[in-house]
Design a protein around this ligand. Structure first.
Ligand SMILES: [Zn+2]
Length: 434
């Protein structure tokens, strides 16, 4: 496929007129616009990985996607969400994984690292095992083109503080346990990319020290003070789960997790930018504080994303959804109902430059879980996953995955509307933008 006439989001995190060439599931060349009709100049066969069975016929590479009037973004990556379209990742079934992946893809999210909840080990074990099987099937089956790539699992629990449990079920909270992590990772066949934990729990720091070569750790659902959080980062943690939410606030004498994360240059900070969890001023402050290279936008969406108002489930608890809010019976926020695309647009509506918001929803999440060699930016040798946006209103024109085009409806209107369902559409390999 050749994508031409668009403004391409480059490795420099700016937009530039460029032509993108793909072959099979990979990007093979980036050329100046006036060279757009010549074919590829660089072969990426040496960078191809396990996707060879997933490679479309080379004949498809001659198709041209006219992106005139559009931004060409890398496909988005959500590393923290629980579900959407009526399914939860913890349902653990192929049907759930398919539905979640299809919904994500139709909203421009081409790779996902969904989150588990605080559940018994037997449940987590089954979810990890089924996810590993699903990922294996994705890697060698052409149907993977119809769903987002499952590139990881984010374990959000069970190693959390009962005092900052948020919408998690405290009946299943456990102390950090390296052997449990390794048992689950074995079931997951290495798919666990991120482990959220509260560093003040007994054994947390030693668990991070012992396992930081095997897992990435994120400070989460915690009452930790500055010193305890710094101990976690010194031990090897390099991530904060939904900054501001489920942790003590930043104050002038108690900077807490937020201050410790700021003082740790290698630390990424997740933000739920759904217009509900964090005030616009705090979103702007976080981008300034951490810099656009360290912010990771997440949706934290649960199964009601894309569904009407009503009663839903999260981690075995009942969630009440009305508009853009999802809450437990006591009013505690219980995830969001806004897909990552909507969160990215909400950040822009709050004054974050588009380039910074795109970066925080593409390359930053991939870097934070160590998947940036193949995902997260438009670069030769990386996955041919793109989100095509109308330059006028940032509505979705098309989603391209593995070099094939998914026609998507145009979610017009305010970002708050973007939670509503966009039913997956059939793929077409040679369709220009509508
Ligand atoms: Zn979550």
């Amino acid at each position: 496929m050749i994508i031409k006439n668009g403004l391409v989001f480059t490795e420099n995190n700016t937009f530039a007129p460029m032509t993108v060439h793909t072959s099979g599931s990979l990007i093979t060349a980036l050329t100046a616009p006036d060279a757009s009709d010549t074919n590829t100049t660089k072969n990426a066969s040496d960078t191809a990985t396990s996707c060879s069975a997933n490679t479309p016929d080379l004949a498809e590479d001659t198709s041209v996607f006219d992106a005139a009037g559009c931004y060409v973004l890398p496909g988005l990556t959500d590393i923290h969400f629980h579900g959407c379209d009526g399914y939860d990742f913890c349902d653990g079934t192929p049907d759930a994984f398919d539905a979640i992946g299809s919904f994500a893809l139709s909203h421009g999210v081409t790779s996902i690292c969904p989150a588990t909840m605080t559940l018994p080990e037997a449940d987590l074990s089954g979810i990890c095992e089924n996810a590993a099987h699903y990922r294996k099937a994705q890697l060698c089956c052409k149907t993977a083109q119809q769903t987002a790539d499952l590139i990881g699992i984010h374990m959000e629990g069970p190693f959390i503080s009962a005092h900052k449990k948020g919408a998690q079920n405290d009946a299943h909270i456990l102390q950090p346990d390296a052997s449990l992590l390794r048992r689950l990772q074995k079931k997951a066949d290495g798919l666990i990319r991120l482990v959220s934990l509260a560093p003040e729990l007994s054994g947390a720091i030693s668990c991070i020290e012992e396992c930081c070569e095997e897992f990435r750790f994120s400070v989460a659902h915690t009452e930790a003070d500055y010193d305890t959080a710094m101990a976690a980062f010194s031990a090897g943690a390099d991530h904060v789960t939904h900054l501001f939410n489920a942790m003590p606030p930043f104050t002038h004498r108690s900077p807490g997790v937020i201050g410790a994360a700021f003082d740790t240059p290698s630390c990424f900070a997740e933000l739920i930018c759904d217009g509900v969890h964090i005030a616009p001023s705090a979103i702007r402050a976080a981008f300034r504080l951490f810099g656009e290279e360290r912010i990771v936008l997440i949706s934290d969406s649960m199964e009601a994303a894309g569904k009407p108002d009503g009663h839903y489930r999260l981690g075995g608890l009942t969630v009440f959804v009305s508009g853009s809010r999802a809450v437990l019976s006591d009013g505690t926020l219980a995830g969001s109902v806004t897909p990552l695309y909507g969160c990215m647009l909400t950040a822009v509506s709050m004054g974050i430059p588009l380039e910074s918001a795109v970066r925080a929803a593409t390359i930053n999440p991939c870097r934070s879980i160590g998947m940036d060699k193949l995902y997260g930016s438009i670069s030769v040798g990386k996955k041919a996953h793109f989100l095509i946006l109308n330059q006028q209103d940032l509505s979705i024109t098309s989603v391209i995955k593995d070099g094939l085009c998914l026609k998507a409806p145009h979610p017009k209107g305010k970002p708050a509307d973007s939670r509503h369902s966009l039913p997956p559409q059939p793929y077409c390999s040679r369709h220009p933008a509508q």
